[in-house]
Design a protein around this ligand. Structure first.
Ligand SMILES: NC(=O)c1ccc[n+]([C@@H]2O[C@H](COP(=O)([O-])OP(=O)(O)OC[C@H]3O[C@@H](n4cnc5c(N)ncnc54)[C@H](OP(=O)(O)O)[C@@H]3O)[C@@H](O)[C@H]2O)c1
Length: 266
């Protein structure tokens, strides 16, 4: 674990599992911006530490980088020992996924190891992480668990059985958890990202590696090209994660889908 400072937040910890340069980083930044102490978790500790430095500096927040491999129960246990040593977890976001090729894979070419890994990261990892934080949430009668899905959470897609099976299971888990734990004060929501995530629109070119023009094209800027796919801004997506967290408990969302206004998927 790499710590920026010791935590003294009365609010509790926002633990974001699966933090890379896109959505995970934006969610971490949003919760830091709102005053939370944030633990960010993924496998690449070097990259994670850079994100922690960057968010801590820009948002004047406490951000802790902790290594985790969600496909390994021992790694999850050790990582959450670190998270829980910071304080109680008020918010868990499960965002990790085993990245897949955009090209479909013939079913008979899929290796069992790869299939199992996808299920392990998408769904078993979520099961393990949730088991670490739920007891504390139940004890306090309060907590938020947000899990990230995609269009493959709802529909089987030819050539993408690894992704679909992992994400279907994650959706099922979120529904089971919501029905069991919402009466105990734990808000569980599943966010379906129905589109392609790009870089934050406000990001500098050095952060994204894209030229200004490329960034504008990627974000669908410049207007009106209905043939193009509009990339989803992860900072905009992160606003929804925050909104779900602060919803009044008389009107909780269990599932929400988000998509850009211009998409070729219709
Ligand atoms: N990208 C898209 O276009 C898109 C579209 C629809 C839905 N989504 C969903 O949105 C979520 C975030 O996607 P994103 O592309 O924006 O990624 P991201 O939030 O930038 O990063 C996710 C991170 O998960 C980490 N991860 C992968 N395997 C892991 C493991 N075994 N244990 C721990 N962490 C692991 C990876 O970091 P390490 O390599 O450092 O572990 C990866 O960078 C995913 O759930 C994805 O299914 C994405």
């Amino acid at each position: 674990m790499r710590s920026m400072a010791s935590s003294n937040s009365a609010k509790g910890i926002a633990a974001i599992v699966g933090v890379g340069p896109k959505l995970g980083r934006s969610i971490a930044r949003k919760f830091a911006h709102e005053g939370y102490t944030v633990a960010i978790l993924a496998r690449d500790l070097g990259r994670l530490s850079r994100f922690a430095d960057e968010i801590a500096r820009e948002e004047k927040a406490q951000v802790f980088a902790i290594r985790i491999d969600c496909s390994d129960s021992r790694s999850v246990r050790e990582a959450f020992e670190g998270v829980l040593s910071l304080g109680f977890v008020e918010v868990l976001v499960y965002n990790a996924y085993q990245s897949v090729s955009w090209r479909p894979t013939n079913f008979t070419d899929i290796k069992i190891d790869s299939f199992q890994k996808s299920l392990a990261v998408s769904s078993i990892g979520a099961f393990l992480c949730v088991q670490k934080v739920l007891p504390g949430m139940v004890e306090r009668g309060k907590g938020t668990i947000l899990v990230t899905g995609c269009s493959a959470s709802l529909n089987g897609i030819a050539g993408f059985s690894e992704l679909c099976c992992g994400k279907f299971a994650l959706r099922a888990l979120s529904q089971c958890l919501a029905r069991e734990f919402q009466p105990l004060g734990i808000h569980v929501a599943h966010i379906i990202i129905d589109g392609v995530i790009g870089s934050p629109r406000g990001a500098s070119t050095s952060q994204t590696g894209l030229s200004g023009e490329q960034q504008q094209q990627q974000s669908g800027g410049g207007g009106g090209d209905v043939g193009a796919v509009m990339m989803m801004d992860p900072d905009a997506l992160a606003q929804t994660y925050w909104h779900l967290h602060v919803q009044d408990r008389t009107a909780w969302t269990q599932e929400i889908d988000l998509r850009p206004s211009i998409t070729r998927f219709y």
